[in-house]
Design a protein around this ligand. Structure first.
Ligand SMILES: [Fe+2]
Length: 159
């Protein structure tokens, strides 16, 4: 199932390697943190799908607005995530949970539950590695935004 979602993202992003690789890395870190936080299998399945699809709004945002800031991604990502998961016969309830995560993944600092928190942390780890926050120190981002013990452990091992 995971492989199918990844294959659909590759097709959706028209083979944009950077974007696909970013999503794969975020998914890997999210799953590592999720294991440490002892998420249930059901929650891991939701988080995994949301991690793969979290940035699916970038391409439609660029096409619609000519920009892909967080707000535009949060608006246009969820309907695309829904299409992917509906095509795989996911239940409406599970799709809604993924939509929520995709639709808030740039709302840093918001208390949106443990899955959203893990998605924030995994995305920060990868964005820091990719040089997305050149003016901020990694530790300042950790201290401001990381909350899960497992996310902090993963961060400290890497930075
Ligand atoms: Fe991301």
């Amino acid at each position: 199932m995971t492989g199918t979602i990844i294959a659909k993202l590759i097709a959706f992003d028209r083979g944009d390697r950077h974007r696909v690789n970013h999503a794969l890395k975020v998914t890997g870190y999210a799953m590592a943190i999720a294991s440490g936080e002892r998420l249930s299998g059901g929650d891991k399945r939701i988080l995994e799908a949301a991690s793969i699809l979290h940035d699916i709004g970038i391409l439609p945002a660029l096409e619609k607005y000519g920009r892909a800031d967080g707000k535009a991604q949060e608006e246009l990502g969820p309907p695309e995530a829904r299409k992917v998961l509906a095509s795989l016969d996911w239940s409406d309830g599970d799709i809604r949970r993924v939509e929520y995560l995709v639709g808030h993944h740039h709302s840093y600092g918001m208390d949106g539950g443990p899955l959203l928190q893990i998605l924030f942390e995994a995305d920060f780890i990868v964005n820091l590695d990719e040089g997305q926050f050149p003016s901020q120190s990694p530790v300042s981002i950790r201290d401001r935004y990381f909350r899960t013990p497992s996310g902090i452990t993963v961060f400290n091992a890497l930075f």
